[in-house]
Design a protein around this ligand. Structure first.
Ligand SMILES: Nc1ncnc2c1ncn2[C@@H]1O[C@H](COP(=O)(O)OP(=O)(O)OP(=O)(O)O)[C@@H](O)[C@H]1O
Ligand SMILES: [Mg+2]
Length: 363
């Protein structure tokens, strides 16, 4: 595989070493996911009736189409796809960990990314589903007391549970879709100590129970999902099992070590900073090509800021989006201001995030 961002286009000719790649990083949507071989026998899941494909993601489209994955990212995303394992992406702020999820969903036509932002208060239960028994009780009481007067509609209290059950991002990702959903477990290193291990169990089983449903006489209901409160999904026997294991992308800034048992069940990817000025320039073009005129050559101020950013990155932590912000600001300021104050503005817009440099910063 060439050591550049671009991967070769698939052809009908003889197989090339890259023909095994499903996710190619080319950013052009395709149906390559349908060529994914059957899972290893120990990662096969047999959920119920397949659900219709979810609608395409209309949010975060810019991140999806402007993201340029490195060679290693492409390879590890494919390893996670083949092995039906979660991908643990670590790296400094702004190295594109979260954007990768949107780029994969866009290229492989996997619909809306299910985003689960993790905080220290996040629990497995909230990721799977939320049940609101209090509101249900109030609604039932209101209906009982005033239903006959016509002020509130009569509620079918035996079959209304689905109105108070909503699947979370993890719970929705494990529904039996034919094509995998993309689940972004964002900043998992901020979680409570138990969450990674709790997740492990769910990812091993590809399945979970909704106990509030399972213990009813009628353990089936149409519930809300993380995608929508209107389009309901039927859960049977109080259990959800996936068919295609979701593309799980867990991001971490490395604020915490994970247990070996957790690491062994993940495919790992260490995200690096762009290695040289050419890579940085390509990222800038991708994001700001439309803003910075259409010529082949980037404006001189932009080139200077890229070089300046690259040198400064060797002495402290800087993120790629600070560069993008600085170029955008300075492009506008340069139309009116003196060159010295434009460069001073660049420094102000991209202050060091820390005195340490990120892994891979050898500028
Ligand atoms: N390889 C890349 N190609 C194109 N854009 C990139 C690349 N890497 C980073 N970016 C851009 O940098 C910005 C930050 O990316 P993103 O939010 O995905 O980083 P992150 O690693 O998740 O950061 P954090 O740890 O702060 O959440 C985005 O605008 C993203 O599009
Ligand atoms: Mg992020």
């Amino acid at each position: 595989m060439p050591d550049t961002y671009e991967t070769p286009k698939r052809s009908n000719g003889p197989a090339t070493p890259d023909d095994w790649l499903i996710y190619t990083g080319t950013r052009t949507p395709h149906d390559g996911i349908d060529r994914l071989p059957a899972p290893p026998p120990w990662r096969a899941f047999h959920g119920g009736e397949p659900l219709p494909r979810p609608a395409a993601d209309t949010g975060n489209q810019h991140a999806a189409v402007s993201y340029r994955p490195g060679v290693e990212a492409i390879r590890q995303v494919n390893a996670a796809l083949y092995l039906r394992r979660p991908l643990l992406v670590t790296g400094a702020p702004g190295t594109g960990k979260s954007s990768l999820a949107y780029a994969v969903a866009h290229e492989l036509g996997l619909g809306k990314v299910l985003h689960w932002p993790i905080t220290s208060r996040a629990t497995l239960r909230e990721g799977l589903y939320e049940y609101d028994p209090l509101t249900r009780l109030f609604a039932a009481e209101r209906s009982r007391g005033t239903g006959s007067s016509g002020r509130h509609p009569q509620i079918d209290t035996d079959n209304d549970i689905g109105d108070y059950l909503r699947l979370g991002p993890l719970g929705t990702a494990l529904l039996p879709y034919d094509r995998p959903r993309v689940l972004l477990v964002d900043e998992i290193d901020k979680s409570d100590i138990d969450l990674p291990n709790d997740l492990l169990t769910i990812f091993e089983k590809g399945s979970y129970d909704i106990v509030e449903l399972a213990r009813r006489a009628n353990p089936s209901a149409k519930v809300m999902t993380a995608d929508s409160t209107r389009d309901r999904v039927e859960i049977r026997e109080g259990t959800v099992t996936c068919r295609a294991f979701p593309v799980v992308i867990m991001t971490s800034n490395g604020e915490r070590e994970f247990p070996p048992a957790f690491l062994r069940r993940c495919v790992s990817l260490q995200m690096k900073q762009p290695a040289d000025i050419e890579e940085l320039t390509a990222i800038v073009r991708e994001h700001l090509g439309g803003v910075l005129d259409g010529d082949d050559e980037l404006p001189e101020t932009t080139q200077q800021i890229i070089e300046h950013f690259f040198q400064r990155r060797g002495t402290g932590l800087l993120a790629n989006d600070q560069l993008l912000n600085a170029i955008y600001m300075c492009h506008h300021a340069a139309l009116h201001d003196r060159p010295e104050s434009v460069m001073a503005l660049a420094d102000q817009v991209m202050p060091f995030l820390s005195g340490e440099t990120a892994p891979g910063d050898d500028a």
